[in-house]
Design a protein around this ligand. Structure first.
Ligand code: 5AD
Ligand code: SF4
Length: 451
């Protein structure tokens, strides 16, 4: 590799989950400390970070096609007297396939795993000298201590409180790419949340692969779970909304459920994946819960907060899934009446137990099941939106809408709501929900609560 001058601009392209979005922001903050700024919209960056996702095959494939595109654009730039960008691959594909990327893609200068990106600046030094740098160590907690202070962002911010997973669902790569469950300390999280609010955040979404497995000690040395952390964060002036994602049914405790009924700032929304509705499949997935225990849990949330909106993740076509077993997934969707869902075709991941199980389902069958499932999910999402008509709620304004004079924000139930009235990003606007579509609602403004 040729030595190259210091990059002045960067672009982070994050794929996959919200934790990658958070990591991408933090990498940007690290680069900002070196005076490297985001590339202006429409311009090529000197440093491109592909912050990758390994959860499904499609997500992983995108990396190589993106590298190919960057190499071609770089050649063109060089032919015109410009420079080719430095390419870094971060995230879970970097963690899982670092060596392969280095071998397959000579244009890549840096491969950095999700637990090592605090060392990006040193790696950049190496890359500038023309050397290639790989770091896929997993000293999870070191990263956060080495990162700079949070910078100004939009009204809605992410805060990673927990990383990793010990659950080992048989289809999933996360325990291998993100490592074991680890909780960030209480005091660090409270401090980071305060900084985010000082920087303008009105809403904080607490993130973790198993966010409700978070555990720590409060400032009086008492053991607390996620519910306790949420209660403390709710006392921060200027913070208006708290959310958290993604939870595992087995890590739910009484205090977190109770918090939904007691903490006004905790939004009435819960993302609680069930993955499938059939107990044999759930067992083969090593989910460690049944359809019934999941439904009982949902009942408890509804008792604590009757208007809670539920969301879930589903996988169709897990190895050996019969049509009758798939029907159980459709049934659980009907039973829960989700407000929103993510649904995926099973994708065999190298090194996971399910990848070598008998009874892999054909692509056609998976397509068919996914389509039927998504129809059912869409039906309930639309019904949930329609049932919201007539409610009055606050909308946190996130951006301008499609047409001039329109603004777009989120309801407490995480629905997209648009309205036409004078407003600004970050306003909390009180609206009457007047019309519902499958994916958004129209609000009529009552008043702007805070500016
Ligand atoms: N194939 C398809 N979907 C998967 N997910 C995780 N692993 C796989 C896989 N191998 C889905 C699960 C999880 C979400 C983040 O991605 O539904 O909850
Ligand atoms: Fe993957 Fe299961 Fe862990 Fe979720 S709980 S990250 S699906 S192993």
């Amino acid at each position: 590799m040729k030595p190259t001058s210091a990059p002045q601009t960067y672009r982070v392209k994050s794929f996959g989950c919200q934790m990658n979005v958070y990591d991408g922001e933090r990498m940007g903050e690290l680069l900002a400390e070196r005076g490297i700024v985001p590339a202006p919209e429409g311009e090529e960056a000197d440093l491109v970070i592909l912050n990758t996702c390994h959860i499904r095959e499609k997500a992983a494939e995108k990396v190589y096609s993106d590298i190919g595109r960057l190499v071609a654009a770089g050649k063109e730039a060089e032919a015109q007297g410009g420079r080719a960008p430095l390419i870094a691959v971060a995230g879970c594909v970097a963690q899982a396939e670092g060596e392969e990327i280095m071998a397959r893609a000579p244009a890549v200068s840096i491969v950095v795993g999700p637990q090592a990106y605090h060392r990006l600046p040193e790696m950049l030094d190496k890359a500038q000298k023309g050397e290639r740098a790989t770091d896929t160590d997993m000293p999870a907690i070191a990263k956060f201590d080495a990162l700079p202070q949070r910078k100004k962002r939009g009204p809605s911010a992410f805060l990673t409180v927990q990383e990793g997973c010990d659950k080992f669902c048989t289809y999933c790569v996360v325990p291998y790419t993100r490592g074991a469950e680890i909780s960030r300390p209480f005091s660090h999280l409270v401090a980071e949340a305060r900084k985010l609010v000082e920087a303008g955040a009105k809403e904080i979404t607490l993130l973790g692969q198993n966010v409700n497995a978070w555990a720590g000690e409060d400032d009086k040395g008492r053991s607390v779970g996620l519910g306790g952390l949420i209660r403390t964060l709710a006392a921060i002036d200027g913070l208006e909304r708290i959310r958290y994602t993604t939870s595992h049914p087995n890590d739910m405790d009484d205090d977190l459920i109770a918090a939904h009924g007691e903490v006004a700032k905790l939004m009435p929304y819960l993302h609680l994946p069930v993955q499938a509705g059939n107990d044999r499949i759930l067992k083969a997935m090593n989910r460690q819960h049944t359809a019934e225990s999941y439904l009982k849990l949902i009942e408890r949330f509804r008792a604590a907060r009757p208007d809670i909106a539920l969301s879930g993740d589903f996988i169709v076509g897990f190895p050996g899934e019969t049509e009758a077993e798939f029907q159980d997934t459709l049934s659980i969707v009907d039973e829960v009446r989700y407000a929103a869902c993510f649904s995926f075709k099973y994708s065999p991941r190298p090194g996971t137990p399910a990848a070598t199980m008998d009874g892999q389902i054909s692509a056609e069958e998976m397509d068919d099941r996914l389509q039927r499932l998504q129809q059912r999910i869409a039906h309930h999402q639309y019904a949930f939106n329609q049932a919201s008509i007539g409610k009055t709620c606050q909308v946190l304004v996130e951006r301008t809408g499609r047409h001039p004079g329109q603004w777009l924000g989120k309801s407490p139930w995480l629905q997209s709501v648009w309205f036409e009235a004078p407003a600004a990003i970050g306003d909390l606007v009180e609206v009457d929900l007047a019309e519902a579509g499958p994916n958004s609602l129209k609000g009529l403004v009552r008043q702007t609560v805070s500016v």
